[in-house]
Design a protein around this ligand. Structure first.
Ligand code: PLP
Length: 352
């Protein structure tokens, strides 16, 4: 049996794979594959509408917040966000808490002034900064809610008067937050809500249309909103698989239910890392990610044989990112607690 701890693209519910496979052959008894259906057909517009609606329902969004499924992955949002919200003379505030944050900062600098109000870089991104101030006149404040590579997470969303923008690629739909308090949320689907090739954007319409420079048609969120997220051909199959995953999430009790499971899974693994004298984690205890659990071995010489041992036992995708080293176990929504229990049992038996 395979236990998939990949960081992304990553595990999805088995029933989602089965339904997606069926739709590739014959979508909903139409005699057509989902891959060959027109995106303006009633069959596909129903998929798009239900997916957008389910996001609204699961996140309990108000009527100002619009849901879009866009191309280009989360990395395209690094430029699309400042393009829509920032004029060259404006300042945007950013928190630098990892690789993805720093990439977002790099792109924003192409469009305006960037004030990096806090950074944990000097300590190898091992914590979430606590003491910092965001200037009132910053057009928005950008955070990366979960740092996929280093394994830290904002457990407390900073309270500022600024428009909050969040990259939630690796913890979207994993825990309850006041989603309406964000001006803009984006997430590449391939970590926790679907396949690669689409990203989710949730945007408060009230924050748009305030910049003076021209915005290319495909980059302007307002055009996507006006066309119901069908400005051009959407990534139809990726959106469909997101819909299947959202239906699954709703069927098991929504975000409240999955958050409870996710906390149990993470607690199980951190307990073992703290208890087992072979392992340790560099991440500050209060900032540990519930999604991407990064750990190393106190004796680095043992890492190779531990990796071999777990791999021989069906564990997949547990190697740490090349920048952080060691191991990373990604415990996304679809990961069953039994796989975490199995990994913990291997950590124990390896120690023996
Ligand atoms: C994976 C990831 C990205 C990049 O996503 P792409 O879809 O590959 O562009 C950005 N931000 C975070 C937090 C991520 O985990």
């Amino acid at each position: 049996m395979i236990h998939n701890f990949n960081a992304g693209p990553s595990i999805l519910p088995k029933e989602v794979f089965e339904q997606a496979a069926e739709a590739v052959i014959n979508y909903n008894q139409t005699g057509l594959s989902i891959l060959e259906m027109g995106h303006r057909t009633p069959a596909f517009t129903a998929i798009m509408e239900e997916a957008r609606h389910l996001v609204k329902e699961l996140m309990q969004l108000d009527s100002d917040h619009q849901v879009l499924f866009l191309h280009g992955g989360a990395s395209t949002q690094f430029m699309q966000v400042p393009m829509n919200l920032l004029d060259p003379k404006d300042t945007a505030a950013y928190a630098d808490t990892g690789v993805w944050s720093s990439k977002a900062i790099k792109e924003a600098k192409l469009f305006g002034k960037v004030d990096v109000v806090c950074s944990s870089k000097e300590k190898n991104y091992s914590y979430i900064p606590k003491d910092f101030a965001v200037p009132n006149d910053a057009k928005y404040f950008h955070i990366t809610t979960n740092n996929t590579i280093y394994g830290s997470q904002w457990h407390q969303i900073p309270a500022t008067s600024n428009v909050m923008v969040a990259d939630m690629s690796s913890d979207i739909f994993s825990r309850q937050l006041d989603f309406n308090s964000f001006g803009l949320i984006y997430a590449g689907a391939q970590k926790n809500m679907g396949p690669a090739g689409v990203n989710l954007v949730v945007v408060n319409e009230q924050i748009l249309g305030k910049t003076k420079h021209p915005i290319p048609t495909m980059m302007d969120y307002r055009n996507h909103i006006a066309e119901g997220s069908m400005l051009n051909t959407p990534p139809v199959f990726a959106v469909y698989v997101c819909l299947l995953t959202l239906r699954w999430l709703q069927s098991i009790g929504g975000i409240d239910a999955i958050e409870k499971r996710n906390k149990e899974k993470a607690a199980l693994l951190y307990q073992e890392i703290d208890r087992n004298e072979l392992f340790e984690t560099r991440i500050a205890k209060e900032d540990r990610s519930l999604m991407n659990i990064c750990f190393t071995m106190k004796d680095p010489e043992l890492e190779k044989s531990f990796y071999q041992y777990v791999t021989d036992n069906g564990i997949v995708g547990i190697k740490g990112h090349r920048l952080s080293g060691g191991f990373r176990a990604s415990l996304y929504n679809a990961m069953p607690i039994s796989s975490v229990e199995f990994l913990v049992s291997l950590m124990q038996s390896f120690n023996k």
